[in-house]
Design a protein. Structure first.
Length: 319
């Protein structure tokens, strides 16, 4: 079979974006904080199924109102799935908005979910975490912005393993404080991204045979390389590959997908153990993208297609 050469993405996002004024940004941040605080009360007062239904309604409204985001989702789905009929991609676009509406309300119900986690969550592949622990070199967990990824810390709080995660700060310190309190767990530590000393703390978790979770499926301002993602070159963080080659830790990929009945399945899949004799950072990052892409293809409507995944061009990459 001929080798398929990855293409440069042809999507242009910039024309869709307008800079907001400082006043508009402040209003947005104040409203977001107020909504989040009130939302947690709602998340504890209503049953989860009711919240998910409300979320789908909010998602449907967002689909109608957010023309810019709707176009980004549709354009990226078209580029990622050119062989799929446009009618099916339109269905995925509509479902994507509904999914993230439900996801928002599920986050508000985090404490409710955590109190009865065994009812809401089924785990498949937990033996891979035990394998990583038995090897004694720590475990690298590749997360994905797919399904309800925020539930992962709730799940981990019920396991005997220690977890460190890289957290991206939000644009408002008040929101950061609320989310940090929500994610607090006795066996989980959040590490700030690109802060002095973070790399040392990350390496320290492998010496202690802990788990380290990181999401590499978005274009962000961290050391990255360009590798194929849905057959198009995409700027992808290299931290997971660098750590895998340096530590020899087992790499596991995970996602938490919502089922039709409103419950969730956590899928943990073994990716492998890697070394510098057989892999380098770029080839390994490409391999990780293949696993991420495969998981997204199973439930495409539950991935964050709003994110401008192909916004960076090769000449802009930070090695």
């Amino acid at each position: 079979m001929p080798v398929q050469v990855p293409k440069l993405a042809t999507i242009h996002y910039s024309s869709s974006y307008k800079r907001r004024s400082a006043t508009a940004k402040k209003i947005k941040r104040d409203f977001s904080y107020w909504l989040l605080k009130k939302g947690f009360w709602l998340g504890s007062a209503l049953p989860l199924k009711t919240l998910q239904s409300l979320g789908r309604s909010v998602g449907k409204l967002a689909f109608l109102l957010l023309k810019r985001e709707r176009k980004i989702v549709k354009d990226q789905l078209k580029m990622a799935f050119p062989q799929i009929p446009s009618a099916q991609r339109d269905i995925w676009t509509y479902e994507c908005f509904q999914h993230f509406g439900s996801f928002l309300f599920e986050v508000l119900a985090t404490r409710q979910i955590c109190q009865n986690l065994n009812h809401h969550l089924t785990v498949d592949g937990e033996e891979h975490l035990e394998e990583g622990f038995q090897r004694g070199r720590g475990t690298i967990i590749l997360g994905i912005h797919l399904g309800n990824w925020e539930m992962f810390i709730s799940y981990f709080s019920k396991t005997p393993y220690q977890l460190k995660v890289v957290a991206t700060k939000m644009y408002d310190d008040r929101l950061n404080e609320v989310l940090e309190n929500l994610r607090k767990s006795p066996n989980t530590v959040s590490l700030p991204r690109q802060k002095e000393g973070s790399w040392r703390m990350i390496l320290d978790c492998f010496k202690k045979n802990e788990c380290f979770a990181v999401l590499i499926d978005q274009d962000s301002n961290v050391p990255s390389c360009f590798v194929p993602f849905f057959d198009h070159l995409a700027k992808t963080p290299t931290i997971a590959a660098r750590l895998a080659l340096k530590t020899g830790a087992l790499v596991v990929i995970s996602n938490i997908v919502r089922q039709s009945d409103g419950r969730f399945v956590l899928e943990l899949e073994r990716v492998g153990v890697f070394d510098k004799q057989h892999d380098d950072v770029q080839s390994l990052t490409a391999k990780f993208n293949q696993h991420i892409e495969a998981m997204i293809r199973r439930t495409p409507a539950q991935w964050a297609w709003f994110h401008r995944r192909w916004k960076s061009k090769p000449e802009q990459v930070q090695a």
